[in-house]
Each structure stands twice: as C-alpha cells, then as structure tokens.
Write a protein that binds this ligand. Structure first.
Ligand SMILES: Nc1ncnc2c1ncn2[C@@H]1O[C@H](COP(=O)(O)OP(=O)(O)OP(=O)(O)O)[C@@H](O)[C@H]1O
Ligand SMILES: [Mg+2]
Length: 406
C-alpha cells in the first residue's frame, strides 16, 4: 500500500480541539506543518453532547490548521474517549489446514476474527481488536507467525468496544465539516504512542492521560496493550470543587488552579504566601485552595489504581507510571502519585515529531501528537488491513457508511 505523505489528526477534547497537519518525510519522520487549537464547546466528559456547538469548534480548529499549513485537511485520524468505552482481552484459535502447515497472512485474519467473537449488546461495536501475541503449537509469545510452520495458531487480543451512538455523534461532527475519517483511535492508545518508549512498553507501564473531562488509562506489557479504561473524572472536577468550595466563579477558579494550584498545601505557604488575591477583589486562603486540589487528586489517583487489573503494581508495571494530559501539569502531582503507587513516576510530554512543534511540547497535546504517530505507524501494515476489512470492525466501518451515506 502507498503511504500517504500528508497526514492529519483531530483530538476532540473536552476543553480544547486540536488539529495537527503533518508531512511524512522520506526517512519516516513526521514534520508538523500546521496546528489549530481552539476551546471546545458541545462536549462533556469526552463525548459530544451538542452536535452544532461541537461542529463549530471542530470547523474552527480545522480552519486554523489549514491556514497555518497552507494545506487542506481532507481526512484525519480522530481520537475517541468517554465512559461508553470498555475493553477485554480475548483469545482466538484456528487450525492451519494445508499440507505444508505454513502460516499465511489470511490465517492471521482468520484467527483475529475468531478472537472477535465476543458477547456484545446490539448498541455496541468493536473499535479496536489489537493482537498482543500469537502462539504456534507449543511455541508461545510469537510476535509474527507468518512464514512459520505449525498445526494450531492461537492469538491473544485486546478488544476495545464503544457505544455506536456516541461514535455516530462524533463521526457526524467530523464529516459535516468536510473531513473524512481515516480511523478512530482510542485516546490513551494515541497518547501512549507519543509519551512512552518501546522499552517501557516491553517492561510494563501504566499511562494516565488526565485531561479536562476524562482520565484515560492504558497499561502496556510485553510490548503491547494489556488493559485500557476511561474514568469520567479529570481537571473539570478539580476546578468545580474549587469553585464550589471557595465560592468563586468557574472561570476564576480555573485561573487560580492553573496559576497557584499545588497538591501540597504546605509548599505555597512555606514560600510565604498565605492568601491569594482574586481578580474580583476577593482573596482566598492558599492552604484552602491547595487542600481542595489535593483531596480531589488523591481520590483520582485511587480511582486510577482501582482500575488496574492487578494490585501488585511492581510486577504489573515495573517501569512505573507516566502521567500526561493538561491536568498532569498540576504542581506536585508527580510526587503525590509516586507516594500513592510506590513506583517510579514521571510526567510525559509528547515526543517523536518535528517542525512547528513549540506549542505541542505540552502534556495536553499527547493525544494529538499520538494520533499522528499511530496513523503513521499503522499505515499499510497488515494489522491495520486486518482491522479495517475483516471481522466486527469491518461491520463497524460499514455501519458508519450506512448511517452517513459515504
Ligand atoms: N498548569 C495547569 N495546572 C493545572 N491544571 C491545568 C494546567 N493547565 C491545564 N490544566 C487543566 O488541564 C485540563 C485540560 O487538559 P487537556 O487539554 O489534556 O484536556 P482535553 O484533552 O481537552 O480533555 P479530555 O481529554 O478530558 O477530553 C483542564 O481541566 C485544565 O484546567
Ligand atoms: Mg484529551
């Protein structure tokens, strides 16, 4: 398959929409040519709740990215999140029937398809069916069995399902601004592409992208995805707590959080500041502001750990925890997380692209950059072909086509 040279991505976040346009250079590098960031409207906890408002925000973000790059955004990789997402690990098995017992690409498609036979209500469909590793007869943890010989082929997959209605609303908004969808990608998978190293994924690592409306979790192990989850709690709730707790308008609470927020109340007071003046003439206690933030973030860290498939974090994720997303910029969060999980913790900034990237060097843009990386890495690969054309994902694409007439 020919690789497309211009690639675009749209991160439809709860607080901001970010469209990135990039060029794939001849060496496989990703050169960002244009970025369009606007505040988002019509979204709640990662999902479209007002199509007209969301459409307008997406259109403006796309327009800005087109203006910056001088290129037209014809199609894009788009991020998906929200509490409607669920995931499971599923096993598939097929026989290799031919005399030569040689595994061919069509056998991979068959075995992946067999792993996708899961019980699912009619209003859901498969978003991703990612092969984690294969086994051929008694040989386990085979990464690519094509060309090998055997009688029985097994696959372990990570299956992510989504509510069809939520996806339809998102697809409708993107298509209505004249942009085709290359693929829909679960946001923590995209963020993982941008902030984690292959070594961390091999060893085992937890990623939490704490955004405005959702905290998106992905656990990687043995080089592939092992667990995903979405928690509908993030920066919005922190601001809301400050607003209610200190009697401030939401916008002022948001500004105070970003300027003075710290999960360790003592840190600010030690630096001599005990009261903070607010724009409208009021003043708030530094200790109160930070204490409210600390309580909410401790709670969120607990929720993240409750989502883990194993409470032995040292063996589940020897490489530790990486926090990213706009809310990971809260001062002191890294230390608070380290004491909660008792393993190494770092804040992840997106890597792996060059060009007009100054604005993208920010944890809030991990998903947007990751969508470009995911799109590039999966263009023309057999796994991508398999996902698009066969099994339940094929039905899913057809479903979108049926409803939107494309
Ligand atoms: N310096 C900062 N300190 C604390 N919080 C911050 C800071 N900068 C941004 N935030 C918070 O980050 C959140 C936005 O993060 P991000 O841009 O990753 O979210 P999003 O992608 O729009 O939303 P989501 O992924 O949840 O749909 C907001 O709640 C904002 O208050
Ligand atoms: Mg986000």
């Amino acid at each position: 398959m020919m690789t497309k040279r211009i690639i675009s991505a749209i991160d439809v976040g709860t607080t901001k929409i970010c469209t990135n346009v990039a060029n794939l250079d001849s060496g496989g590098g990703i050169q960002v040519l244009g970025v369009g960031i606007v505040p988002s409207h019509g979204l709640h906890k990662g999902m479209v709740v007002n199509v007209d408002e969301a459409k307008e925000s997406i259109a403006e973000s796309v327009r800005r990215a087109e203006q910056a790059s001088g290129l037209r955004v014809e199609s894009a990789y788009v991020g998906v999140t929200g509490r409607h997402i669920s995931s499971l690990n599923s096993h598939g098995v097929v026989a290799i029937p031919r005399n030569d017992r040689l595994v061919r690409p069509e056998d991979l498609k068959r075995v992946l398809s067999s792993a996708q036979h899961i019980n699912m209500p009619d209003d859901r469909n498969i978003l991703h069916a990612i092969p984690r590793h294969y086994a051929l007869d008694n040989q386990e943890r085979v990464k690519n069995p094509v060309g090998m010989h055997g009688f029985r082929l097994d696959v372990e997959t990570h299956i992510i399902t989504a509510a069809i209605a939520s996806i339809q609303n998102l697809v409708k908004c993107i298509r209505s601004v004249g942009v085709e969808i290359e693929d829909l990608i679960l946001e923590p998978l995209a963020s993982g592409e941008a902030v984690l190293t292959p070594e961390e994924k091999e060893l085992g690592i937890i990623l939490a992208d704490i955004g405005g409306g959702t905290t998106d979790i992905a656990v990687f192990k043995d080089g592939s995805i092992y667990h995903t989850a979405i928690i509908p709690v993030a920066g919005y709730q922190v601001t809301s707590d400050i607003s209610i707790g200190l009697g401030l308008p939401f916008e002022i609470a948001e500004a105070m959080k970003k300027k003075y927020g710290n999960v360790y109340p003592d840190m600010l007071t030690k630096s001599g500041e005990t009261t903070l003046s607010v724009e409208d003439g009021h003043s708030v206690s530094c200790h109160d502001l930070c204490n409210i933030i600390k309580v909410r973030m401790e709670e969120l860290l607990r929720l993240i750990l409750l989502e883990m498939p194993d409470s032995n974090y040292a063996s589940l994720a020897p490489a530790g925890l990486v926090l990213t997303g706009g809310s990971s910029k809260l001062s002191g969060l890294e230390a608070l997380a380290r004491s909660a999980i008792r393993t190494s913790t770092r804040i992840g900034e997106p890597m792996g692209v060059y060009g007009i990237t100054d604005i993208l060097h920010d944890p809030a843009h991990s998903t947007g950059v990751g969508l470009l990386l995911w799109g590039t890495r999966n263009q023309g690969k057999p796994a991508w072909e398999t996902r698009k054309k066969s099994g339940a994902f094929g039905n899913f694409v057809n479903l979108i086509k049926k409803f939107f007439g494309v």
